[in-house]
Design a protein around this ligand. Sequence first.
Ligand SMILES: *[C@@H]1O[C@H](CO)[C@@H](O)[C@H](O)[C@H]1NC(C)=O
Ligand SMILES: *[C@@H]1O[C@H](CO)[C@@H](O)[C@H](O)[C@H]1NC(C)=O
Ligand SMILES: *[C@@H]1O[C@H](CO)[C@@H](O)[C@H](O)[C@H]1NC(C)=O
Ligand SMILES: *[C@@H]1O[C@H](CO)[C@@H](O)[C@H](O)[C@H]1NC(C)=O
Length: 318
Amino acid sequence: MSVKLIQFVRWLVISTTLMQSTVIGGRETNFRAIFNFGDSNSDTGGLSAAFGQAPPPNGITFFHSPNGRFSDGRLIIDFIAKSFGLPYLNAYLDSVGSNFSHGANFATAGSTVRPQNTTKSQSGYSPISLDVQFQQFRDFKTRSKFVRERGGVFKELLPKEEYFSGALYTFDIGQNDLTAGYKLNFTTEQVKAYIPDVLGQFSRVIKGVHGEGGRTFWIHNTGPLGCLPYMLDRYPMSPAQMDEFGCAKPFNEVAQYFNKRLKESVEKLREELPDAKITYVDVYRVKYRLISHAQKYGMVFNFSFIVVAYLNYENVVK
Ligand SMILES: *[C@@H]1O[C@H](CO)[C@@H](O)[C@H](O)[C@H]1NC(C)=O
Ligand SMILES: *[C@@H]1O[C@H](CO)[C@@H](O)[C@H](O)[C@H]1NC(C)=O
Ligand SMILES: *[C@@H]1O[C@H](CO)[C@@H](O)[C@H](O)[C@H]1NC(C)=O
Ligand SMILES: *[C@@H]1O[C@H](CO)[C@@H](O)[C@H](O)[C@H]1NC(C)=O
């Protein structure tokens, strides 16, 4: 149990420290807005707004109370926004106190690329799958234009029309598509077999955003699934299937297979959309390195937080 818990908090801590200097540093920083699509890796309040607040102790180390993130602190997307001098992104679904002038976050914890054929209460997956997030984005874009014309405070709370083409479009989704198959007792071969469909639907959304004027894309690959405590807890592995850092090799191999195919999809998109700038970000490598060299990177574990967060996480997001 404690090994899994340690891995879980590593996972959380990673979210708060990951990208700040490694990937964002050195990039042009003239984006006026960010639009994000994804799952719990980048949800800043979507699932909480729709289905109830992420429970404590989430938020404990940075915001000092729950704030819509399934993390003790900030997420990579928070550091991305900060690195461009922009405020943290509000969730599109959060109707209270949100300011979307610099972008919006369509991610919800538990989201998948493909719409699932199970309800949230059956499987835990968010009904706000990537296709729904794209619809919400389109609606947001269209309505922002009209509502800004009303003037007053709306002009301050919604992005200018030209921000949409100049925005950074970020994506971090796919992890839950992989776990969804295992949840239905699929074999690894069966999970691999539907990955092309997942990536086909993913590419369709990138093209959809491009069709709406988006030109700059920042695409995270999926992390080491086999290091996630809820996977280790749910699907016990034989010692031979574990690596030296306590991660399940078969799940990590599926994640790597997904990433290989994702990278190919991105290469194809670059050919099909020559005027787009598409960056593929190897989050898997960074996360796995942090997990396998936690001490070296100064990870500090709060066991009380770990236990409570783990138990709550199990109940809220699968
Ligand atoms: C849901 O069911 C439809 C119709 O059978 C199928 O085409 C689709 O692939 C299924 N989706 C998933 C995520 O399994
Ligand atoms: C919304 O955010 C923008 C950009 O940070 C800021 O200039 C503006 O004052 C904010 N408006 C309100 C009403 O908070
Ligand atoms: C998967 O297998 C487990 C254990 O045999 C069983 O309890 C569960 O109902 C199965 N799930 C599905 C969706 O078939
Ligand atoms: C550790 O977590 C517990 C419960 O989540 C919290 O009450 C405590 O303040 C945390 N300690 C530190 C040093 O952050």
